[in-house]
Design a protein around this ligand. Structure first.
Ligand code: GLA
Length: 401
C-alpha cells in the first residue's frame, strides 16, 4: 500500500497538473457532526461508529446531516517513512476501516489535521508533510478535512492553506477543506478559491452570553460569536461559507437558548455541524437539530448569509433573502427577560446592504409561516405583535401571496 502511495506521489509531481479547489462539494453549507465540542480528545473508533449509527437511527441523516468528523487526537505516531498512523489503542482497526463503516451507513467521513508542526492537542501536524498526508487521507476514503492553525510560527495562512488545497487536489479524491485559523488572518478576503468554509472566530463555548478566559485565549458564547465581524457576509456564497464554529446545541444550554443558537446559525447560512452526543439526545435537542423548516432556510440555494435589519442592545431582527423571493426573518431577544415586540411590516422595507435584495411590504403582501411551530401565522397586512421569551427567537418564513 505504501509503495503504491509513494509511486502515486512521484507521478503527481512529475505530471505537474495545475491544482485547484474541488468545486461542487459545498453548494450549500456543509452539515454533519464533529467530536470536539463534546468529547475533546476522548475519541475512539467505537464512539465514531456509534455516532454514525445514531446519525441514521435518530433521523439526523434524513434531515440532511452528512459528515461524521473526528477532530483532534485521533493520531498516533508517524511511521519510519513519515506516514501518519491512527492511535492504535483508540483506533485499533485503523482509519480506513472506520471510513468504510461510515460510508456503509450512507454518510461521509471527515478528519482533522493542522498546518503547523503539531495540532492544538499536541499530535503530529502536517507541516512539511502536506502531500504525503493528503495522499494518505485520500487512500483512507476521507471526504472532509478540518485544518487547524496551532504551532504555525513563521507560516503565512493563505500560503499554508493553499499548499494543503493543492495537496488534496493532487491526491485526487474530492475532499472538503475546512479552514480553521479562527478568523485571525481575515480568511474572508482570500479563502474563497482555497477552502469550502472558514472559521470566522475563536472557539465557541457552551454558553449563550459569556467569554471563557483561558489565559492566552478566550472561547465565546453564542451572542459574542454573532457580534463578531459584522461586515463579512458578502464573502459567503455557494461553495464558500463563513463558519462561526460547530454547534453547542444539546450540550447544556436551555431549550430557548439552543433554539436561538440554531436559528441564528441558519440565518447566517452557517455550516450546521452538531457538537453534542447524538447517541443520547433529549427529544427537545433532536427536535431542534432536525427542524426541517429551519434547515431549509440554512440550506437555501440562493446561498445568501443573513444580515441584521434592526440592531439594538437587547433586540435584533435578522433577515435572510431566499431563493424564489421568499424571505426568512428572525426576531431575537438577547436578554433573560421576556419581551413584547411590535413590527410594522409596511414601514420596514427590507434592503440587503450587500446584494441588493429588497422586500417592500407596502408594495406586496406576504404570507407568514412560523418555522418553530410549523404553523401559518397570517400575513403582513397587520403589524406583528409577539412576546419573545428570554434568550429566544421568533423565526418566520415569508412568501409572496
Ligand atoms: C482548535 C480549534 C477547535 C478544535 C481544537 C482541537 O482550538 O479551533 O475547533 O479543533 O483546536 O484541539
Amino acid at each position: 500500500m505504501k509503495k503504491i502511495l509513494i509511486v502515486a506521489m512521484i507521478t503527481v509531481f512529475a505530471l505537474g497538473a495545475k491544482a485547484q479547489k474541488f468545486e461542487g462539494l459545498a453548494d450549500t453549507p456543509p452539515m454533519g457532526w464533529n467530536s470536539w465540542n463534546k468529547f475533546a480528545c476522548d475519541v475512539t473508533e467505537d464512539l465514531i461508529k456509534e455516532t454514525a449509527d445514531a446519525m441514521v437511527s435518530s433521523g439526523m441523516k434524513d434531515a440532511g446531516y452528512e459528515y461524521i468528523v473526528i477532530d483532534d487526537c485521533w493520531h498516533g505516531e508517524r511511521d519510519s517513512l513519515g506516514f501518519i498512523q491512527a492511535d492504535p489503542a483508540r483506533f485499533p482497526s485503523g482509519i480506513k476501516a472506520l471510513a468504510d463503516y461510515v460510508h456503509s451507513k450512507g454518510l461521509k467521513f471527515g478528519i482533522y489535521s493542522d498546518a503547523g508542526w503539531q495540532t492544538c492537542g499536541g499530535r503530529p501536524g502536517s507541516r512539511g508533510r502536506e502531500y504525503q498526508d493528503a495522499m494518505t487521507y485520500a487512500s483512507w476514503g476521507v471526504d472532509y478535512l478540518k485544518y487547524d492553525w496551532c504551532n504555525t510560527e513563521g507560516l503565512k495562512a493563505e500560503g499554508a492553506y493553499l499548499t494543503m488545497r493543492d495537496a488534496l487536489y493532487e491526491a485526487g479524491r474530492p475532499i472538503v477543506l475546512s479552514i480553521c485559523e479562527w478568523g485571525d488572518n481575515d480568511p474572508w478576503d482570500w479563502a474563497e478559491p482555497i477552502g469550502h468554509l472558514w472559521r470566522t472566530t475563536g472557539d465557541i463555548y457552551n454558553c449563550f452570553d459569556c467569554e471563557e478566559d483561558h489565559g492566552t485565549w478566550s472561547s465565546w458564547g453564542v451572542l459574542q460569536i454573532i457580534d463578531m465581524h459584522p461586515g463579512i457576509r458578502s464573502a459567503a456564497g455557494p461553495g464558500h461559507w463563513n463558519d462561526p464554529d460547530m454547534m453547542e446545541v444539546g450540550n447544556g444550554m436551555t431549550v430557548n437558548e439552543d433554539r436561538a443558537h440554531f436559528a441564528l446559525w441558519a440565518m447566517q447560512a452557517a455550516p450546521l455541524i452538531a457538537g453534542n452526543d447524538i447517541r443520547n439526545m433529549s427529544p427537545e435537542t433532536l427536535e431542534i437539530l432536525t427542524n426541517k423548516d429551519v434547515i431549509a432556510i440554512d440550506q437555501d440555494t440562493l446561498g445568501v448569509q443573513g444580515y441584521k435589519h434592526i440592531d439594538e442592545e437587547d433586540y435584533e431582527v435578522w433577515v435572510k433573502p431566499l431563493a424564489g423571493g421568499d424571505v426568512a426573518i428572525c426576531f431575537l431577544n438577547r436578554t433573560e427577560e421576556a419581551m413584547d415586540i411590535t413590527f410594522d411590516w409596511a414601514t420596514n422595507k427590507l434592503v440587503d446592504p450587500d446584494f441588493g435584495h429588497t422586500t417592500d411590504f407596502a408594495q406586496s403582501r406576504y404570507d407568514i409561516y412560523n418555522v418553530w411551530t410549523h404553523k401559518k401565522a397570517g400575513n403582513t397586512k397587520k403589524a406583528l405583535k409577539a412576546s419573545l421569551p428570554g434568550r429566544d427567537v421568533l423565526m418566520l418564513r415569508l412568501s409572496k401571496k
